[in-house]
Design a protein around this ligand. Structure first.
Ligand code: ZN
Ligand code: ZN
Length: 596
């Protein structure tokens, strides 16, 4: 949930270890039908063709056949992609998913959605016209340089070959842009200039470590210089581009609802979830007020309470935030938390933890540095079995003010909730279960609302089970944390669909969600260059809570929390609505499962 490491969180959901590739052979005649076997074969062919058209994406998930390719972002290549989606939808139409295993039914729905989404992106969203940051190719080059999936010399050769496309790539990018969004233009300039070091120094540093002949090295370095020049040139082009009628950074209601439908794949519309979020905010404020009034005498004695309820809550949170570790103890505090969480989950019988898959805690690697806090790193779906790492950042070198502000945010209470969210029983546990339900489709197109929703849900589940001894302080802080997910949604929808002005947004975040000014400003920056991303936390949380209620009703006196958790997790990182269909056996009644 630390916004700056969200990118890493996306990769968390892509993680899958060894078992994944065994899928075809493991779906045998005992459980799957002939149709299932045919469909699994189709999935393999689908992916091979898909990666060819999406080489950068392929690299990022550990499929390295096309590392040396960079497709030119022209109309012709978009037509190819569009044609691909039509062919695939046609192929999918020949199956009858009603006869499939549950897992294949989900894959089927996920693939249909993905093909529809890609068509919509090309034909309706058209970000290639207005989002200059969509042309940033540097991330994949950095990935090839930093991830040790192949010998260095081989990776550097791919890097070298991929660079040959850079001049044509950016020439085309400049042609495609039309009235780009100002905020995205600024972001693109910053990202392109910020990433130059990959070509100007990192590549050269890596070359020195190989035995590649000097003459070849020289060619490679020359091309890196050309690449850096082209990228700098693109940034210059953006800076000087005439743009009298820039498109608004606000997506608008129609595009937003569609993007929400394809990306979040919820059973409700964005507007419906927005309405629920507004209600949830009121409910949380009410609960926080009760807790704050109760805690007041303990911390403030006879001091009179402010008349404004939000002010009472604000002062309580401010006071409790002072309870935090020293900057130098931050990593150790997180490391110490994990065995406690494991013990609690086991003692309360919340979900079975796999002792053969220990979580490795490590200091944040250099290339992630600068982002303190905690995040998960896991290998991509195609990578062979690797550890998952819980990266813990260091606050070394931070100014005392910055460290203090950060530590107040990640105070003693929130630190524990953070470990629940990221690790146990949050993201890490979800991953272990996901890996036991191997499906390349669910890993590659993993659903962010399911993944983030589970992490948010697991925080409440732990507190409900008595984690933190039911202390009102702990609950108050959790509500603050939960309010962040809720306000993320209200902010995203408000800004993109309801024209929410910056000042109202900042006021909501600081006054009603009790965030620091700097945090609120950062959030504003994020919402002005992304859309829908911030919806996944609350939407997923809400859908899981709703599903659990339905499941309780269905199971009646046979209901058991652990069974619910394990059953829910057993389907892998699929959209909650598809898991819901499977758990409540909706399709059997309807007789037509191919929903998307
Ligand atoms: Zn998360
Ligand atoms: Zn302090």
């Amino acid at each position: 949930m630390i916004s700056a490491i969200r990118k890493a969180m996306v990769f968390v959901s892509l993680a899958l270890v060894a078992g994944a590739c065994k899928k075809d052979s493991s779906v045998g005649p005992i459980t799957g039908s002939v149709d299932d076997a045919a469909f699994n074969l189709y999935e393999q062919h689908f992916l091979d063709a898909f990666w060819k058209l999406n080489p950068g994406w392929a690299t990022s998930v550990g499929y390295h056949k096309y590392d040396s390719i960079l497709l030119i972002p022209n109309k012709q290549n978009r037509e190819k992609l569009l044609n691909f989606t039509k062919v695939q939808l046609d192929s999918l139409g020949r199956y009858n998913p009603g006869t499939f295993l549950e897992s294949n039914k989900m894959d089927y729905a996920i693939l249909q959605n993905q093909m529809d989404y890609m068509q919509w992106q090309i034909e309706q969203l058209k970000a290639y016209e207005w989002d200059p940051s969509s042309y940033n190719v540097i991330g994949t080059f950095a990935y090839i340089l930093n991830e040790h999936y192949e010998p260095l010399a081989k990776r550097l050769t791919s890097f070298y070959e991929r660079m040959s496309f850079i001049p044509a790539y950016y020439k085309e990018a400049e042609k495609q842009l039309k009235d780009p969004v100002k905020e995205l233009t600024d972001l693109a300039i910053e990202q392109h200039l910020g990433g130059l070091s990959v070509f100007e120094s990192d590549f050269a540093d890596s070359l020195k470590k190989t035995n590649i002949p000097d003459a070849t090295k020289k060619l490679m370095l020359d091309r890196a210089k050309t690449s850096a020049d082209v990228i700098r040139g693109f940034a210059e082009f953006l800076k000087s581009m005439k743009n009298d009628h820039p498109r608004s950074f606000r997506l608008g209601k129609d595009l937003y609802e569609s993007k929400f439908k394809y990306e979040i794949q919820a059973s409700e519309t964005a507007q419906q979830v927005y309405n629920a979020a507004v209600d949830r905010k009121k409910y949380i404020h009410h609960e926080m007020a009760k807790l704050s009034v109760k805690l007041w005498p303990k911390y403030f004695g006879n001091k009179p309470m402010p008349a404004d309820t939000l002010a009472i809550i604000g002062q309580m949170i401010d006071t409790l935030s002072a309870k935090h570790v020293a900057p130098g103890d931050f990593q150790e505090a997180i490391t110490k938390e994990l065995p406690k969480l494991t013990a609690f989950v086991t003692e309360k019988n919340l979900v079975t933890l796999d002792p053969t898959k220990p979580l490795v805690v490590r200091k944040e690697p250099g290339y992630m540095a600068g982002v303190a806090g905690a995040s998960m790193s896991s290998p991509g779906p195609y990578d062979v079995s690797q550890n998952s790492y819980f990266n813990v950042g260091s606050l070394a070198g931070w100014s005392p003010e910055r460290a203090e502000s950060y530590l107040r945010e990640y105070n003693q209470y929130i630190l524990q909730i953070l470990c629940i969210h990221e690790a146990i029983p949050g993201h890490y546990v979800q991953l272990v279960y996901s890996n036991k339900a191997p499906s390349m489709i669910k890993s590659i197109f993993s659903n962010s609302a399911m993944v983030e929703g589970w992490a948010v849900y697991s925080e409440q589940m732990m507190l409900d089970a008595g984690f933190g001894d039911n202390a009102p302080e702990m609950w108050l802080m959790w509500y603050k944390w939960n309010l962040r997910s809720v306000c993320n949604f209200i902010l995203d929808y408000g800004v993109h669909c309801l024209n929410m002005p910056k000042q109202s947004a900042i006021t909501m975040l600081t006054h009603e969600a009790f965030q620091q000014q700097a945090e609120a400003e950062n959030k504003w920056t994020r919402v002005s260059v992304t859309s829908v991303q911030l919806d996944s936390y609350y939407t997923g949380y809400k859908e899981i809570m709703d599903l659990r209620d339905e499941w309780k009703t269905k199971m009646a006196d046979k209901y058991n929390l652990k069974d619910f958790n394990e059953k829910f997790l057993s389907y892998g990182s699929a959209p909650v609505k598809l898991i819901r269909d499977a758990m409540l056996e909706k399709d059997k009644a309807a007789g037509s499962p191919g929903k998307n």
